[in-house]
Ligand binder design. Structure first.
Ligand SMILES: *[C@@H]1O[C@H](CO)[C@@H](O)[C@H](O)[C@H]1NC(C)=O
Length: 399
């Protein structure tokens, strides 16, 4: 799970895992249960004991110092229909030269990244009658960019993050399928360095181009959506389209971000910031949270220095050091911003709302006060999850 591996040698790994889970189940969980019997001991008073225990357990799992789920799909392998129950696999071509331009191309030359073919998945509503990717007249859809700090997760519908779009599909009336791209994940030491910025963004753009050109959706009928790191990609994708106007590929109709990670330099960190205030109530504790963030940022930057993470509008559009502060979001489409009031990244979303509104963008802000990071993917996070999914679905049905 983390990049700090205790030991890859099998006997030690097995013993470590047995010890880890035995103490978790036999000692820690019973102790937490007794402690949380008193509501004021829970990170939020409104939380049920079940939620307090789940969040506490997730925090504990991040401290596991072995890679337990490292088997990744070979990106050149096709996923057969027989492995998918409510989804369809497709190939998405890399973006053509015409779209590979502007600031993104400039950085790609520094980090040595090129467009490539990637996998994509259509996620289908129950009983959807699949007749191929082509859009029906006036059909709307969602392009989903999954979370996972840019280095874990997949667009495969077996991933936890698919619970976001699957949840939406349960409530929406006018959208019957959503599309997710398996953008390239980044890595760095102790793994071989891979896919720095803007690899994932080029792939997100490829997914958008696919929807418009190959599947025939009108741009105004597409909502670009992302959770956590995917929210960052959603905004970067739209930024590229706005900065480099292409008549054949205008920006999408709307944007949706959920618990977006929008300041890779954590410029607001400090007393009174959500990063500190919400450390006891989020699914990441401070220390593991920082380790993931550091690994992700080092991997994304590749040969570039940290000041790029502090100042770059594509990577950290709400950073205090990202200048100019006004005009950064000029021309962006209507945006729905979801975040949890109990999450450490809350400040990123509130700063986004502030900056977008100052630039004249229509923004809907939806922040349940006691929700954790990326709560829309956690089916145990009700009632907030279902309530927000219903409001989002109404927003999209009215589009
Ligand atoms: C995702 O959704 C499935 C199906 O509803 C559920 O079984 C699973 O627990 C969910 N995952 C999480 C992390 O909540």
């Amino acid at each position: 799970m983390t990049s700090l591996l205790i030991s890859e040698s099998q006997p030690w790994k097995t013993l470590y895992l047995i010890w880890f889970f035995a103490t978790l189940i036999l000692v820690k969980l019973p102790a937490w249960f007794i402690w949380y019997l008193v509501p004021s001991h829970r990170p939020r008073r409104s939380w049920t004991i079940k939620r307090a225990l789940i969040v506490r357990t997730i925090r504990e799992l991040w401290t596991l110092e072995v890679d337990i789920d490292d088997e990744k799909r070979d990106p050149s392998d096709e996923v057969p229909d027989s492995e998918l129950t409510d989804a369809k696999f497709v190939w998405v071509d890399g973006i053509p030269d015409k779209l590979f331009c502007g600031e993104v191309h400039r950085i790609a030359d520094i980090t040595n990244v090129r467009p490539t073919r990637i996998a994509g998945y259509w996620l289908l509503q129950k009983n959807y009658d699949w007749t191929g990717p082509r859009a029906k007249p006036g059909e709307k859809t969602i392009l989903h960019l999954h979370g996972g700090a840019f280095y874990v997760g997949t667009a495969n519908p077996s991933d936890t993050t698919a619970n976001f779009t699957r949840g939406l599909l349960e409530h929406m009336h006018t959208i019957q399928r959503t599309f997710a791209v398996d953008y390239r994940l980044t890595a760095s030491a102790p793994k071989p360095p891979a896919n720095p910025f803007p690899a994932a963004l080029l792939d997100a753009l490829a997914g958008y181009r696919y929807l418009v050109h190959d599947a025939g959706f009108a741009p105004e009928n597409i909502i670009v959506a992302g959770d956590s790191a995917g929210g960052n990609l959603a905004l970067a994708l739209v930024r590229h389209l706005i900065e480099n106007p292409t008549p054949s590929l205008p920006p999408p109709g709307r944007i949706l971000t959920a618990s977006a990670w929008l300041d890779l330099s954590s410029s607001r960190r400090g007393p009174g910031s959500s990063a500190v205030l919400n450390a006891p109530s989020d699914i990441f504790d401070e220390r593991p949270g920082e380790l993931f963030a550091k690994y992700a940022v080092v991997s994304l930057l590749g040969p570039m220095g940290f000041e790029v993470a502090q100042t770059h509008r594509y990577l950290s559009p709400v950073s205090l050091a990202c200048k100019p502060e006004t005009g950064l979001f000029a021309g962006f489409p209507e945006t729905y911003v979801v975040a949890g009031g109990a999450e450490r990244l809350l400040d990123d979303s509130t700063a986004l709302v502030e900056r977008m509104r100052a630039d004249g963008v229509i923004v809907i802000q939806d922040i349940p006060p006691d929700a954790v990071h990326d709560f829309l993917v956690f089916t145990w996070h009700d009632p907030e999850r279902t309530e927000v999914l219903k409001r989002l679905s109404r927003w999209m049905d009215m589009m």
